[in-house]
Design a protein around this ligand. Structure first.
Ligand SMILES: C[S@@+](CC[C@H](N)C(=O)[O-])C[C@H]1O[C@@H](n2cnc3c(N)ncnc32)[C@H](O)[C@@H]1O
Length: 295
């Protein structure tokens, strides 16, 4: 049964449950805190991250340190913990003794190669995970922060429906569900591609995908209309789908990554023709006049 083979044995430590009692570490509901006490569960989350032995690991939001213990059992070269609630410091300090070797820096790997021995892991409040993943995707597109070292992998927990949607294929119905507030957890590991699917700034790609996917059960042209000012939206939306060679009556959740690639490039062409389109924000403005640009 026990397939999660530990690399090292931790020195005798009070259980997470005892530490939580000892330091009166009540989970603060307003901060969506909850602590994993079951070692089999934390081992399972850590297993999803792949090989950690001799690797560099950064865990975000360790709380009292349940997942951190499972990471340490895998004998990483270095474990960095980032926690915003100072109440967890004493229980995390107890773990410090068990951490290995703090000497060398992480090696940089070329993006055309396998991922570097660096992992980001976190069981955060769901609202934080969702914001964090968007920030990390932006850093990935710019090869900054942890991605200056190569295709660093991320293992994060999400609301189960969100996790299922993240890995869903086009036409899969889970792509169109609205998550309910109280649900199970899904663990997702993401590894950046060697080459970005779309060679455009992250902010533009994110805008196109978010705007179209906002109306995920309707015809995708419904969402796309919101990319353009009201006066020009009919003409420019038609142009977008002609340029992209995508059927505008496809439902958004049925669009493939390749459809999004072509839609993003078509959007870029339109932004070059009509520079005001790029800064157009549907929510902030219900219409601005745009003139074709000279470039
Ligand atoms: C859901 S609890 C999980 C705790 C622990 N990882 C576990 O699984 O038992 C989320 C943790 O993330 C921390 N946290 C929330 N937002 C954070 C942020 N922006 N940066 C670092 N830690 C954060 C909280 O204080 C809390 O300890």
């Amino acid at each position: 049964m026990n397939s999660y083979v530990s690399k090292i044995r931790l020195p005798p430590l009070p259980s997470i449950r005892d530490l939580v009692k000892l330091y009166k570490l009540r989970a603060i509901k307003q901060l969506s805190q909850n602590f994993l006490m079951d070692e089999r569960l934390t081992d399972k989350i850590v297993k999803a991250a792949g090989t950690l032995t001799d690797h560099y690991v950064c865990e975000v939001g360790p709380g009292p340190g349940g997942i951190s213990r499972s990471i340490i059992k895998k004998a990483p070269k270095k474990l960095i913990l980032v926690e915003k609630d100072p109440r967890f410091l004493p229980s995390l300090m107890l773990l410090k003794e068990s951490c290995l070797n703090y000497t060398k820096g992480a090696p940089k790997m070329d993006w055309t190669h396998a991922p570097p021995p660096i992992h980001l892991i976190g069981n955060l409040p769901f609202s934080v995970s969702t914001i964090l993943i968007i920030k990390w995707l932006e850093a990935i597109s710019e090869k900054k922060a942890a991605w200056a070292y190569g295709r660093t992998s991320m293992t994060l927990t999400f609301q189960k429906e969100v996790a299922e949607r993240m890995v869903a294929q086009p036409y899969d119905k889970v792509r169109s569900f609205v998550p309910k507030p109280d649900v199970d957890v899904g663990v997702v590991t993401l590894i950046p591609l060697k080459k970005a699917l779309i060679d455009m700034p992250f902010s533009q790609v994110e805008k196109v995908v978010r705007t179209i996917f906002n109306t995920r059960q309707k015809y995708c042209m419904k969402g796309a209309q919101k990319l353009f000012p009201a006066e020009q939206t009919e003409y420019l939306t038609t142009r977008l789908f002609v340029l992209a060679n995508v059927n505008p009556t496809t439902r958004s959740y049925q669009l493939t990554n390749e459809d999004f690639v072509r839609l993003c490039y078509a959007y870029k062409i339109i932004c070059d023709e009509y520079p005001a389109v790029q800064s157009f924000d549907y929510r902030a403005s219900k219409g601005i006049d745009i003139e074709p640009g000279c470039n």
